[in-house]
Design a protein around this ligand. Structure first.
Ligand SMILES: Cc1cc2nc3c(=O)[nH]c(=O)nc-3n(C[C@H](O)[C@H](O)[C@H](O)COP(=O)(O)OP(=O)(O)OC[C@H]3O[C@@H](n4cnc5c(N)ncnc54)[C@H](O)[C@@H]3O)c2cc1C
Length: 336
């Protein structure tokens, strides 16, 4: 059986960030992913300047579609707030494949099912052995399920549900639009243009509250697309797909012996904007640093708030999570 210093389950932003830092630190790294990259990843593909900086991306030499918004429009119950911003959009299938290739890790397409601890290492499905194990498999990560679920049960109050579609569209408005709380949505819907004539539109909200309200995600999707058909995306045809993930709660145990949990597997998306790429990247780096330097794995550097924790950030956090445990104001420290 072949051995690596670290085996990473999942090649999304959390896994590729951990892999990149580990290989640069001289470790041998295997990334196992059930998909063959480039793979579809449902995501609006909004990335912040912090993510671009953390990943050391030079937009002028990034080889795929990359768009910078100079303005963002927040719409809140009929109120329109145009905001001067610098934010970016990418297409996830390109972005993730590029990051994974750049990481320099060995990548094998494999669906992880079984994880055993044997002689101070982790053995995956009887085939792959790693001294360290990083769980970066998203919401349904098998490392979370096998090792971390009991210590970190997920709170249904923090679960989001989404529907989205990304498609070729000759958009006219190059700005990003967000509609908060429209027609009772406990979340927001979005219009995110991408470079070279692509567009992502979607709707996301807190699963439990949507269920209680009786208006499901399909109802909110119909509201969004009906509104878009009048102006921003006339004549568009949709084939929406959905995915669910968790906002930041208390992560009581983020490391168990030599196993780590990162990104959506740990439920780290921000509580004010449901942003998950940045927290995935930072947690991947933090796990790699703990392995390389023998330090504690801490999630302190992983933001729980996209908007900096100020008033707007706290109001959105409250509006989405109604004060569910853990959160942006008190980012969870991981146990070693
Ligand atoms: C509709 C939608 C819109 C979003 N929009 C944004 C946005 O605009 N900006 C933003 O910052 N965040 C956004 N998010 C959140 C963001 O997409 C996630 O938080 C982010 O992708 C988390 O990265 P990750 O690496 O932890 O997990 P993922 O990107 O989900 O990667 C996990 C990987 O693990 C693999 N895997 C899963 N199970 C197994 C297994 N058993 N064996 C092997 N491999 C496995 C998967 O194939 C996948 O490649 C959005 C999410 C959704 C659903």
């Amino acid at each position: 059986m072949k051995s690596w210093d670290a085996v990473i389950v999942g090649g999304g932003p959390a896994g590729s960030s951990a892999a990149w830092r580990l290989t640069r630190g001289g470790a041998s790294v295997l990334v196992l992913d059930k998909e063959c990259f480039p793979r579809l990843k449902l995501c609006a593909g909004w990335v912040t300047p912090e993510v671009v900086r953390d990943l050391g991306i030079d937009p002028s030499s990034y080889p795929h579609r990359f768009l910078t918004f100079q303005r963002m429009h927040a719409h809140i119950k009929g109120l329109h707030l145009p905001l001067k911003v610098v934010q970016h959009s990418i297409r996830r299938f390109e972005f993730d494949a590029w990051l994974l290739e750049r990481s320099g890790a060995t990548v094998v397409q494999h669906t992880v099912r079984n994880i055993q601890r044997e002689g101070g290492a982790y053995v995956i499905d009887g085939e792959f052995r790693g001294r360290y194990l990083i769980g970066a498999g998203g919401t349904r990560c098998p490392v979370y399920r096998t090792l971390f679920r009991d210590a970190n049960p997920r709170s249904t109050q923090l679960q989001t549900v989404t529907l989205e579609h990304e498609f070729a569209y000759d958009w006219r408005d190059p700005d990003c639009h967000l509609w908060f709380f429209d027609k009772g949505l406990p979340g927001y819907s979005w219009y995110v243009p991408k470079a070279e004539g692509w567009l992502n539109v979607g709707v996301g909200g807190m699963a439990e509250r949507m269920k209680r309200s009786g208006a499901d995600i399909k109802y909110h999707w119909a509201n969004l697309t009906s509104m878009l058909s009048r102006n921003l995306a006339k004549g568009a045809h949709y084939e929406p797909a959905g995915y669910s993930y968790y906002l930041r709660g208390n992560v009581e145990v983020a490391r168990l012996e030599d196993a780590f949990i990162t990104g959506d597997a740990a439920g780290l998306a921000t509580r004010d904007m449901c942003e998950g790429i940045g927290p995935a990247v930072r947690s991947g780096f933090a796990a790699a640093d703990a392995i390389l330097h023998g330090t504690n794995y801490s999630l302190r550097s992983v933001t729980g708030a996209s908007l900096g924790g100020g008033l707007a950030s706290r109001l959105l956090d409250w509006a989405f999570t109604r004060g569910a445990g853990g959160g942006a104001a008190a980012p969870a420290a991981a146990t070693a």
